[in-house]
Design a protein around this ligand. Structure first.
Ligand SMILES: [Fe+2]
Ligand SMILES: [Fe+2]
Length: 293
């Protein structure tokens, strides 16, 4: 059984998004001023959205550790995003001019890929300059065999989860005048590009899900939904980075990771950030119920 799908919707959107990307085209190397040291009087992340806010660990930290944590957690967010973007860029490159992509979609994928490449450049400079490294990738490998449409569905749901979680943090920081101008500028540039990427993810996912999922057997559908719900939870784990705690001068980083993840205030934050993407997945049938995060 094949459901009627609005094939023109993603094409029309892709054309509009390409026009916007051209209008807002920028040179990432000229975009930012990189100070030798970050301002000691401003944060790099709003303290309320660090993984230690609302936990018993927070009140025991010195002002210096708190300030440092906002830098290392920004580096965690930027490293996780960069690691996701590496996978994204490889996949986007392989979809260019492929059978499944219309000319309109291919044109937009060129911008998507260009923008993700620029994001990796700005995130990479920040992490290397202020933390000394990009934190390594902890995500899981993808399976080797797929049902029809499943590979693209996995690819764009994964992209959308990483983009949607990160976007919440970008928006909080870009609007917070307690944070330094550099991270606010990086967050704003990223947010503006990501708004287009997420719009594309949504339109394309809705189309792909309607086209392919009705043809899957129950086991394939259930397996996909379980995988996606699991990924939405697992992706949160990457935010609670023991290396970032260690680099902020905090002792027992693995213990701290456990305490932070279990704190009710942190669970509430994760649920808040996850809500909109989870609801979209539920409406489109990509998950069977709102996932536990
Ligand atoms: Fe990005
Ligand atoms: Fe993106």
């Amino acid at each position: 059984m094949k459901t009627e799908i609005p094939t023109s919707r993603t094409n029309a959107l892709a054309e509009r998004l390409s026009a916007l990307s051209r209008e807002r085209f920028y040179d990432v190397y000229q975009q930012f001023e990189w100070p030798e040291r970050l301002d000691p009087d401003s944060f790099s992340m709003s303290p309320e959205i660090t993984t230690l806010s609302d936990t018993p660990v927070w009140s025991a930290l010195t002002d210096e550790q708190k300030w440092r944590l906002t830098i290392t957690e920004t580096a965690t967010l930027f490293s996780n995003t960069l690691n996701g973007e590496k996978v994204l860029v490889a996949g986007l490159a392989s979809q260019l001019y492929a059978k499944a992509a219309t000319p309109e979609i291919t044109d937009y994928l060129h911008h998507f890929l260009d923008e993700e490449n620029k994001h990796m450049i700005m995130f990479g400079v920040f992490c290397r300059k202020y933390v000394g490294r990009v934190y390594p990738d902890k995500r899981l490998a993808m399976p080797a065999k797929y049902a029809p449409g499943e590979e693209l569905l996995r690819f764009y749901t994964l992209a959308m989860v990483v983009e949607a979680y990160g976007d919440y943090f970008n928006m909080r920081v870009m609007n917070d005048d307690r944070c330094n101008p550099l991270v606010r500028a990086i967050s704003r540039v990223h947010h503006v590009d990501e708004a287009r990427h997420i719009a594309f993810d949504k339109a394309y996912l809705a189309e792909l899900a309607a086209e392919h999922m009705p043809g899957w057997d129950d086991a394939t559908r259930a397996n996909f939904q379980t995988w996606l719900a699991g990924f939405m939870k697992a992706n949160w784990l990457t935010f609670y980075n023991p290396a970032a705690y260690h680099d902020a001068g905090i002792e027992n980083p693995y213990e701290v990771q456990k305490i932070a993840m279990a704190a009710p205030g942190q669970k509430a934050l994760r649920e808040k950030v996850t809500a909109s993407v989870a609801n979209f997945f539920l409406q489109t049938g990509l998950v069977a119920e709102l996932p536990e995060v």
